[in-house]
Design a protein around this ligand. Structure first.
Ligand code: SAM
Length: 275
């Protein structure tokens, strides 16, 4: 396996060094996860919330708006400086109360180094797919357990394994365009992908290539390979059981339906055991 796929036991993507492209790409996915996270926080009534893999703050900022209203603080953690720089920039337009309820911190979930105790820790929108090996996953889950108060919640949102797609990808899929999106600012982004699934490692190697046209007409092209750990349901459950949690439930969509055979997502909701 080529070095480009991995950095140690976790993976990154070149697009995270182009955060404005990431934001444009994400609009094409039309992710409707915010109401799910807001409902969850409304039920939990936390004081301190941590979002792991906050990126440019797509969720962190609206969560902090709720925090300003209902009295909780939100910390967004991410290793990518460019993503955090954009997150901080976008936050400048927010009301003072929202900014007071929000902070961004650079860091890695596998080596958490934060003060204090949290009531809820979220790892949304597939961030856990970047944790490639069992060592990294166990370090992340254990680190989160140490940050949570007993009874606190850890919620991990990953894609369910798409067995039909993975079966095809065992032979390697041919490159095809899978996304085209234009922004209100006149920029456009086109993406192609070719995927290979290494079944024994549970690793999908998705070789994305981007072509971006900026508003001034400049054209940029770059590859952004993504090494993605594919989680299976019992494996996810065992990670919680091994690290001081019990799994309250797994839901299969942002509408909150229970995880089932054809669910697109596995959103695992674990509660920290008392020590
Ligand atoms: C798919 S993006 C999600 C960003 C944002 N939460 C959103 O919903 O738009 C995954 C994020 O996880 C971050 N990430 C990758 N590895 C990480 C790690 N080891 N610890 C914390 N965050 C990580 C990436 O830098 C990236 O910003």
């Amino acid at each position: 396996m080529s070095e480009q796929w991995t950095t140690g036991d976790t993976s990154s993507e070149a697009i995270y060094r182009h955060p404005e492209d990431y934001d444009l790409e994400v609009t094409a996915h039309d992710v409707r996860d915010l109401p799910f996270w807001l409902d969850l926080l409304q039920q939990e009534r936390p004081q301190r919330v941590l979002e792991i893999g906050c990126g440019t703050g797509r969720l962190t900022v609206p969560l902090a708006r709720a925090g300003a209203q209902f009295g909780f603080m939100v910390t967004g953690l991410d290793p990518e400086l460019e993503m955090l720089t954009r997150a901080n920039k976008l936050t400048e337009a927010e009301a003072p109360a929202t900014r007071a309820a929000l902070r961004f911190v650079q860091g890695d979930v596998c080596a958490l180094n934060l003060d204090g105790e949290y009531d809820v820790v979220l790892m949304p929108y597939g961030t856990a797919h970047h944790l490639l090996g069992l060592d990294a996953q166990i370090a992340a889950w254990r680190g989160v357990r140490q940050l949570l108060r007993p009874g606190g919640l850890f919620v991990v949102d990953v894609s369910a394994p798409d067995l039909a797609m993975l079966a095809q990808a065992r032979e390697g899929t041919s490159r095809r365009e899978d996304l085209v999106v234009g922004g209100v600012d006149g920029r456009s982004l086109q993406r192609t992908a070719a995927t290979t699934y290494a079944a024994a490692m549970q690793r999908a190697m998705i070789n994305f290539e981007y072509t971006v046209h900026d508003a001034d007409g400049e054209r940029r092209e770059y590859a952004s390979p993504f090494a993605m750990h594919v989680y299976y349901p019992r494996e996810l459950e065992l990670l919680f059981l091994l690290t001081g949690f019990h799994l309250e439930r797994t839901v299969g969509s942002y509408a909150g339906e229970p995880f089932a055979d054809r669910s697109p997502l596995m959103i695992a909701i674990g509660r920290a055991d008392s020590v």
